[in-house]
Design a protein around this ligand. Sequence first.
Ligand SMILES: NC(=O)c1ccc[n+]([C@@H]2O[C@H](COP(=O)([O-])OP(=O)(O)OC[C@H]3O[C@@H](n4cnc5c(N)ncnc54)[C@H](OP(=O)(O)O)[C@@H]3O)[C@@H](O)[C@H]2O)c1
Length: 336
Amino acid sequence: MNAYQITGIDGLASLSLTKLPSVKPGFGEVRIGLKAVSLNYRDYMNVMGLHGVTGPTPRVPCSDGAGVIEACGDGVEGWKPGDRVVCPFMPSWLDGPFSQHHSARALGGTVDGLLRKSAVVAASALLPVPDYLSLTEAATLPCAAVTAWDALIVRGQLKLGETVLVLGSGGVSVFALQIAKLVGAKVLAISSSDEKCQKLSTLGADAVHNYRVDPNWDDWALAQTQGIGVDKVVEIGGPETLNRSIKATRFGGHISLIGVLTGTAGSVQTVQILRKGIRLDGTYVGSRQMFSDLLRAFEQAQIHPVIDSIFPFEQAKDAFAHLASGKHFGKIVIEV
Ligand SMILES: NC(=O)c1ccc[n+]([C@@H]2O[C@H](COP(=O)([O-])OP(=O)(O)OC[C@H]3O[C@@H](n4cnc5c(N)ncnc54)[C@H](OP(=O)(O)O)[C@@H]3O)[C@@H](O)[C@H]2O)c1
């Protein structure tokens, strides 16, 4: 079985295509023949060792994949070979509160991920892919879409008519835009180019702002809300964007702290968080139950993920390089 493994600390040079034995599923497990894997910035961090992100080597990268069940182990009920399935980011987090136990089992982190022809997983973790979605589309959902769902719907309790600020046009942010519009929220979106701003408008953003042309997007967001500030921010930037996000948020607003695109530590205007009574909410993807709720909502509204590009399995390194370029809009997929 062909698989990619992170074999060392030399970035993409250490991403090696290799052969691994195809494993027979044990009790309660199924083997999935993977058809598509999508990339997240986290996968890139894992391959490159960015921000101190490391793990055991060799290990298979990538958390997000969808495919078809090839074989079921003993004790598996409700699944059969041929079923189209998608696997949650943390297969052990079925429902309830987040924990260190689940975090340690995130695919492609300290355990093997899905950038391979087949994988054995717990049957209890899997979710069926709705008929209206292709497997390529389904593979984009486990990390980025579930994170956006958790940020806005679960933690944010987003309501009709509220205003959401999304930063950039990567995987999480584009899903956040789609989810916010689904709920009937107003969306303010910032991006690095006029072309991407135009695409965000086409997707439903109510106002867009090029942060390269004018880096003061916090003031822009305030102006867009008559000086009040937005209700929710999907914060994917980290230390270099957080202070602007805090400024752009209304009193009593909510910031889901999600990303590390500008680093993992920095100076934060803590006093503004307390003065404005902002809920600053660390968010780490979400549970299988959240994923299931998302799939139901997406199916009902027939929401299709925005796919930027699709790479063949043999060109996985090019897919990572494309992610690193920041030229993408939405999700990058590798077809297996
Ligand atoms: N906590 C979690 O559960 C979780 C889950 C998923 C992702 N994440 C994190 O969230 C971040 C985004 O992940 P992703 O997979 O969506 O990444 P991605 O698809 O690679 O998206 C990155 C995009 O963010 C925008 N961006 C970059 N720097 C920016 C800045 N300084 N200000 C505003 N926008 C900026 C750019 O879009 P434009 O060119 O349009 O500006 C860029 O293309 C990463 O740090 C990732 O590790 C965390």
